[in-house]
Design a protein around this ligand. Structure first.
Ligand code: TYD
Ligand code: MG
Length: 445
């Protein structure tokens, strides 16, 4: 009889190595490799994944694909590209407590309200807790079903059958246990096994699967990062628990756009999409206050008007303080260095604070010019023109560089009634250097 082959499996990440090693090549952990009998190839396993008995000619093969169906939340359909696609696996990541369960129970409720079945599988909450949440959210359709289990097999049984529901939510991948891997729920090996079992199952049926994955601030040890390549679509729900808004961003999308986002507001009865978020981050802005500027920032495909505030105050510290909220601190420091060097601004004696409206994290490089405007305004203690708006990237030489989306930003700025518009040089208009900018805004050069 042939000798049983053995392999070494890492108990932390599940990586397999043919030889014993002190350190796992997969995750770098020490002394985690354990000897196991090599798994025998399960008969027909690969064929089962493909759903066929062997390779077939692609030409002439049925191209049938069930059409996507509206989710009941039109904004979400826009973000997803086409609504809920049968057989697709979606991952929703986000920090604990940000509102993932709330959003998905609402979505399941919407699907159920349109007469299709939706099943919410929770490994985190009991049926009683889910019922209380559904009541709070005003969801009462009999087609909204729930299952409280931590067994991945329980969810697999619902997916992948001909009469599968339209939507299956599994909350969360970290609390489910798969019998196909070792380790405790939430370990990388388990997370991977749970996800692969579910993704394989959903491909066979008409359901859409949405899998919840917690992301922690410290890192993504067993988080959605290792799952991103296994699913069709990755969404992240972001926000600040101190504020009411949440942003749903598309990170990866096999069937639709990737740079879409939607803004939601957390209220007593759940999350609701903000219909026109273009001025949502302005708040109750005082146009006559110094240190405040409006930026037309492009996040995703949409231009948002966002208030940027700066405060330059006399410092009593040996090293003046630099604090940023919603603005990257490195970027703030960079802008301050450019202002010192290119405009001769003496900021060495000032503490400088900068923040965006609602603490919205802006990644758009066009933020630079608004940030510079807010710092200059606070430094001179003079407000910019009341309806002024800004965007543009500022480079180290003090030049103002073009950023993407000129037409979209101009259109939005005009729609919202902003004037004057300060933007990088384009088609013979715009401002080219910080010196010109300072002069145009505050009459100094
Ligand atoms: P939750 O959806 O449980 O977060 P996650 O699943 O991402 O961990 O959201 C939890 C927070 O949302 C909690 O602090 C309470 C708040 N909340 C509301 O403000 N309004 C609501 O209608 C609901 C259901 C929750
Ligand atoms: Mg939850």
């Amino acid at each position: 009889m042939a000798k049983a082959r053995s392999v070494h499996v890492c108990s932390a990440c599940g990586a397999v190595s043919p030889r014993w090693r002190g350190q796992c090549e997969g995750c770098g952990a020490w002394n985690t490799l354990e000897q196991r009998e090599a798994p025998r190839a399960a008969p027909g396993r690969s064929a089962r994944i493909l759903g066929e008995t062997g390779p077939v000619p692609l030409a002439g093969y049925s191209q049938e694909q069930l059409p996507p169906s509206p989710s009941g939340i039109p904004e979400l359909d826009r973000v997803l590209g086409q609504g809920l696609l049968p057989g697709a696996a979606v991952l929703l990541g986000g920090e604990p407590g940000i509102g993932k369960s709330t959003l998905l129970l609402q979505l399941a409720g919407q699907v159920a309200a349109s007469g299709r079945r939706a099943v919410y599988v929770s490994g985190e909450e009991s049926l009683g807790q889910l019922a209380a949440r559904a009541a709070r959210l005003g969801l009462s359709s009999p087609d909204l079903l729930a299952l409280s289990t931590t067994s991945a097999a329980g969810a697999v049984d619902i997916l992948g059958v001909g009469d599968a529901p339209a939507l299956v939510v599994v909350d969360s991948v970290q609390t489910m246990a798969s019998s196909l891997a070792d380790g405790v729920p939430g370990s990388p090996a388990q997370v991977r096994a749970v996800a692969s079992e579910l993704v394989e199952a959903v491909k066979k049926g008409p359901a859409t699967l949405i899998l919840v994955g917690h992301v922690t601030k410290e890192g993504l040890i067993a988080g959605p990062k290792i799952l991103e390549h296994m699913v069709d679509t990755v969404l992240y729900l972001e926000g600040d628990r101190q504020h009411f808004y949440r942003i749903l961003r598309v990170f990866k999308n096999r069937f639709g756009p990737t740079d879409e986002l939607m803004v939601l507001e957390m209220q007593g009865d759940g999350l609701s999409p903000v219909p026109d978020p273009s001025t949502y981050f302005l708040g109750e802005r005082d146009e006559s206050a110094s240190g405040s500027a409006v930026v037309l920032a492009l996040e995703g495909k949409r231009p948002f008007a966002v208030e940027v505030q700066a405060l330059a105050s006399r410092s009593y510290l040996a090293v003046p303080r630099r604090t940023a909220l919603g603005v990257d601190l490195n970027r703030l420091n960079l802008m301050l260095a450019v202002l010192e060097k290119r405009l001769g601004l003496a900021l060495g004696q000032s503490d400088i604070y900068a923040k965006t409206g609602g603490g919205l994290k802006l990644t758009d490089p066009g933020l630079d010019l608004g940030l510079v405007a807010a710092v200059l305004s606070s430094f001179y203690d003079r407000p910019p023109p009341p309806r002024a708006v800004f965007w543009g990237e500022v480079d180290l030489s003090g030049r103002i560089r073009p950023v993407a989306g000129l037409d979209a930003r101009l259109k939005q700025a005009r729609r919202l009634g902003y004037e004057p518009i300060f933007h990088p040089p384009a088609e013979g208009r715009g401002i080219a250097t910080l010196k010109d900018f300072q002069k145009a805004l505050f009459g100094q050069a």
